[in-house]
Design a protein around this ligand. Structure first.
Ligand code: FES
Length: 112
């Protein structure tokens, strides 16, 4: 069973978090099922980018992002080459190291 290591995030998991996951589940669902309240403002329909994650290890073991996801990611705060929308990223059979960005577009718009 693969595991996901979430790097520390000030609000969501200050100490970081390690969870065991089933392949074929999205990173977002796996996180939520384990008490990690990753944002998912559009209810996981690939329309908001608040569930943005950066996959520091294991990126290639995920399913490929489709065009809609790529388009949405362009709007995400802090985009990196290994960015994914966690509600669209299906876990493969490798361990992952995931960083949750400091902000989401919701928070950025609240601050400005
Ligand atoms: S929850 Fe909105 S894009 Fe993932």
């Amino acid at each position: 069973m693969p595991q996901i290591i979430f790097l520390p995030h000030a609000d969501l998991c200050p100490e970081g978090k390690v969870i065991q996951v089933e392949p074929g589940v999205t990173v977002c669902d796996a996180a939520l099922a384990n008490g990690l309240e990753i944002e998912h403002a559009c209810e996981k329909s690939c329309a908001c980018t608040t569930c943005h994650i950066i996959v520091r290890e294991g990126f290639v073991s995920l399913n490929e992002a489709d065009e809609l996801e790529e388009d949405m990611l362009d709007k995400a705060w802090g985009l990196e080459p290994e960015s994914r929308l966690s509600c669209q990223a299906l876990i493969g059979d490798e361990d992952l190291v995931v960083e949750i960005p400091k902000y989401t577009i919701n928070q950025v718009s609240e601050r400005h």
